[in-house]
Design a protein around this ligand. Structure first.
Ligand SMILES: C[S@@+](CC[C@H](N)C(=O)[O-])C[C@H]1O[C@@H](n2cnc3c(N)ncnc32)[C@H](O)[C@@H]1O
Ligand code: SF4
Length: 342
């Protein structure tokens, strides 16, 4: 594959912290062992200044964290957007810390998209899935929506949910709720973050009953990966890791405290992992091998056939869920993303 002269998509983690404890995310576990901290302002500015010399297309001021845990996030995102007026600047947050000031600040920036990761409509579902207060998030997202509207902003406000056992009965309501407020809503599949979530916990979160879940898990051979040629991910301390799946720093490509982004991008670590990818042997790296496993996606016809054989109450509930998903997708095909339904 052709290597872009400079990454076209860059994620910069300005703090490692997160205020939530999502059961589906490696953060609560990994943050206990991996170094934690906040990126120095001088490093952040130097990175953004370097990025501004290239025609980068997508910039995101977070990686494995919640960006609103950085008290300077509005100022930092403003700098990112101002120095890179041609890039799409997008931010993704759980929304719990999105108070009026931050909402006004972000709305002012004319970002391309603000994604809110929201996995329920009720307080109980929120507590069980993310351990944050759902009512606060709903209020905050509505506040942000109003801030954007008042400004006539073209920033997309998008709510995304992951389909899981714990929220499966709320997805139709969530879609209705956000639609009634004029906010885009998408449903994504769960994956095990390239082996970075516990296998048993992952299996427990899948939306259907067994063996339907197992039958819908896909295992792709990750022999090559385009992201190694196009995108770069920097942690708060300057470590450049493989991608957003590299929660435990399996492959550190270099550190941008001691080198420029360009030097790391062209450096030995990147050359070596790209050589494996070019040779179709990327699965020799454990992280990349794991990345192709445990990707959930629903094959509606196959699943429907499998479920008709079960006469028990659970199979009945699973059939109902499948019916809801098929119906939602018929109404708006783009609602169900990233291969949740093949
Ligand atoms: C790691 S979070 C970082 C940004 C922010 N803290 C948030 O939650 O939006 C980025 C996205 O990854 C999603 N995510 C986390 N774990 C996931 C998993 N196991 N499967 C699919 N998506 C996941 C989150 O829901 C979120 O939308
Ligand atoms: S998904 Fe986002 S909000 Fe949830 S624990 Fe992970 S980083 Fe935090």
């Amino acid at each position: 594959m052709r290597v872009s002269p400079f990454p076209v998509g860059i994620q910069i983690e300005t703090t490692s912290r997160c205020n939530a404890k999502c059961g589906f995310c490696p953060h609560p576990v990994v943050s206990k062992t991996e170094p934690q901290g906040v990126m120095e302002e001088s490093l952040y500015r130097r990175l953004i200044d370097e990025v501004s010399e290239y025609p980068v297309q997508l910039l995101q001021p977070f990686l494995n964290n919640d960006p609103l845990m950085d008290r300077q996030i509005v100022a930092r995102t403003e700098y990112m957007a101002r120095k890179n007026p041609h890039a799409q600047v997008c931010i993704t947050t759980n929304g719990a810390l999105l108070n009026q000031d931050i909402a006004e600040g972000l709305a002012e920036l004319r970002l391309h998209t603000i994604h809110i990761s929201s996995n329920g409509l009720t307080g109980d579902t929120y507590r069980d899935t993310m351990k944050i207060d759902g009512y606060t998030v709903l209020r905050n997202v509505n506040t942000l929506r109003d801030c954007l509207r008042r400004r006539g902003s073209r920033t997309r406000l998008v709510v995304t949910a992951i389909l899981m056992k714990r929220n499966r009965d709320e997805v139709a309501l969530m879609r209705e709720y956000w639609r009634s407020r004029g906010v885009e809503f998408y449903l994504n599949p769960l994956n095990d973050r390239a082996g970075n979530i516990d296998v048993a916990e992952f299996a427990d979160m899948l939306p259907f009953a067994e063996p339907a879940n197992q039958s819908q898990l896909h295992n792709w051979q990750m022999t090559a990966c385009q992201s190694l040629y196009t995108t770069l991910a920097v942690l708060w301390n300057g470590d450049v890791v493989t991608c957003c799946m590299d929660w435990r720093r399996d492959n550190v490509m270099g550190n941008v405290r001691d080198a420029t982004i360009r030097e790391v991008w062209e450096g030995a670590q990147y050359r070596s992992i790209r050589a494996l990818s070019d040779a179709g042997r990327l699965d020799e790296r454990p992280l990349c091998n794991g990345c192709g496993h445990n990707r959930f996606s629903i094959q509606p016809d196959r699943l429907a056939k499998q479920l008709t054989s079960g006469a028990d109450a659970q199979s009945e509930r699973d059939r109902e869920l499948l019916g809801t998903l098929v119906h939602l997708r018929e109404q708006s095909p783009q609602l169900i993303q990233l291969g949740l339904m093949q």
